[in-house]
Design a protein around this ligand. Structure first.
Ligand SMILES: [Fe+2]
Ligand SMILES: [Fe+2]
Length: 470
């Protein structure tokens, strides 16, 4: 095909994607999920995207000012019709989305999911960053959505538990976009980070956020982990009486503590086997990279110094061991010590490529306390153990009758902390249950009260924690 002919063909396919996408938005509004009209539009979008993509890893469609850009080239209106073309631009702009990238891994269900999430943004039920966060948490990598700074306020009248979920997802979206823009043009959108940290603090305050930190995602380890470290650091800071300003710094420190990993090759971070001494040195350089990145991008201020220090010191142990060596020679600040405790806990309780089976929360705390007490600030560690309890919120547990449940809320009575309120998800025979809530403390008077036997790995029971917690 001549190059002119090829160009015409490309423009035609690009326009097809735009008009089918707008058709899909209408179809989602009108029909149930999986309807044939939706299926036909999603497959047409994918067919056109597959043809257009060629050798490139993904096909990016974005908007800039009043125009649509296809792989960086302006797409003219042509036969899309001004309504369809302008509608696409308006939709993306209103939703705070600057681009979507469709890769060959994308399936029709991914396209449908993203389009229905965009429809929810238009109804005010989610934001672009929440969409990005949820795609990340669900491990959907076929379609990537780039969020701009959209309207991020939350309605006041929402249930605090719903707000917590939205803030959690949004935080993952924000970390992802901060890390991505850092990679491409080196900017950090500090305003976006600060706003989401404020919202996190409010959700930690009303007790709705902590259980979400039991959501761990294998593929998006760094984004998800950064948010978990933020939430846990705020919660621990609050528990030991740190001021709101200090919690605010802790939230940012959690978000950025591993930002230096951007300088470490992905293959190295995800290497299944043991690292060679050279590779280990490269990985262990991430706290120093983090310090430099934060200091140069956030500037030096009373607020940014402890954030940068926490990144530099989060792998330094109280006994002076740890890495990098330069950091072990500095006095470890209080906020860095908080980040160090919660970072280790979240890392141990997540699955990693070199340790696919996560360590159960109580066991992780026991290991930290009994084997490595000299690594942590003892009062901070014991306060953290107290805060999390034997069965932290969101933990999957097996009960004494063999049923499997998720810990929903702690018991208000401190003497009954070991008997939380749980939701049964599998009955004693392993069949899915209706999801009844059970206060384990109410059965205490019975002769053989139902209790927690042990924490289990939800993956071993095919339990998708997100379906219960989000
Ligand atoms: Fe780290
Ligand atoms: Fe970390």
């Amino acid at each position: 095909m001549s190059s002119r002919k090829a160009d015409i063909e490309q423009v035609k396919l690009g326009r097809e994607i735009v008009s089918h996408w707008m058709g899909l938005m209408r179809a989602i509004h009108l029909y149930e999920r999986g309807n044939s009209a939706i299926l036909s539009l999603t497959s047409r979008i994918l067919d056109a995207a597959n043809e257009l993509r060629g050798e490139t890893p993904d096909l990016e469609i974005g908007i800039r000012q009043d125009a649509i850009f296809l792989r960086g080239e302006r797409l003219r209106e042509g036969n899309v019709g001004s309504a369809g073309y302008q509608g696409f631009v308006d939709l993306f702009r209103r939703c705070g989305i600057s681009a979507i990238a469709i890769s060959e891994e994308a399936g029709p269900e991914d396209v449908e999911l993203v389009a229905s999430m965009i429809a929810e943004i238009t109804k005010g039920e989610r934001t672009a960053n929440e969409l990005v966060g949820e795609l990340g948490l669900r491990g959907i990598s076929g379609i990537d959505v780039v969020a701009t700074e959209g309207p991020e306020e939350l309605p006041d009248d929402q249930d605090p538990a719903v707000v917590a979920k939205r803030v959690y997802l949004r935080s993952i979206g924000v970390v992802k976009s901060v890390f991505q823009t850092m990679r491409s043009d080196g900017r950090i959108n500090a305003r976006m980070v600060k706003r989401v940290v404020q919202q996190m603090i409010e959700s930690v305050d009303n007790g709705c956020m902590l259980n979400l930190t039991s959501l761990k995602n294998y593929d998006e380890y760094t984004f998800n982990h950064s948010v978990n470290v933020s939430v846990l650091a705020i919660a621990l800071g609050r528990a030991v009486g740190l001021s709101r300003d200090q919690q605010y710094v802790l939230g940012q420190a959690g978000m950025f503590h591993d930002i230096g990993k951007l300088c470490v090759a992905k293959e190295l971070l995800n290497k299944p086997g043991r690292l060679t001494p050279d590779e280990r040195t490269m990985v262990e350089h991430h706290p120093a990279e983090g310090l430099v990145t934060i200091a140069s991008r956030l500037g030096v201020s009373d607020e940014s110094i402890p954030v940068a220090l926490a990144a530099f010191q989060h792998h330094v142990n109280m006994d002076g061991t740890g890495y990098p060596v330069a950091a072990t020679r500095t006095p470890v600040g209080l906020l860095s010590r908080v980040v160090s405790v919660v970072d280790r806990y979240d890392a141990m309780t997540s699955s990693r490529i070199y340790r696919p089976e996560p360590i159960a929360p109580a066991k992780a705390l026991a290991i930290m306390y009994h084997r490595h007490l000299d690594h942590y600030d003892p009062p901070l560690l014991s306060r953290f153990m107290n805060l999390m309890g034997a069965f932290p919120l969101g933990t999957t547990v097996r009960l004494t009758d063999g049923s499997v449940a998720i810990v929903l809320r702690g018991n208000d009575d401190p003497n009954l902390r070991h008997l939380p309120i749980v939701r049964i998800v599998l009955d004693p025979f392993g069949s899915p249950s209706e999801g009844e809530e059970l206060d384990l403390a109410t059965g205490l008077k019975e002769p053989d009260p139902l209790q927690i036997d042990e924490a289990v790995n939800p993956d071993d029971y095919g339990i998708e924690l997100m379906d219960y917690l989000l």
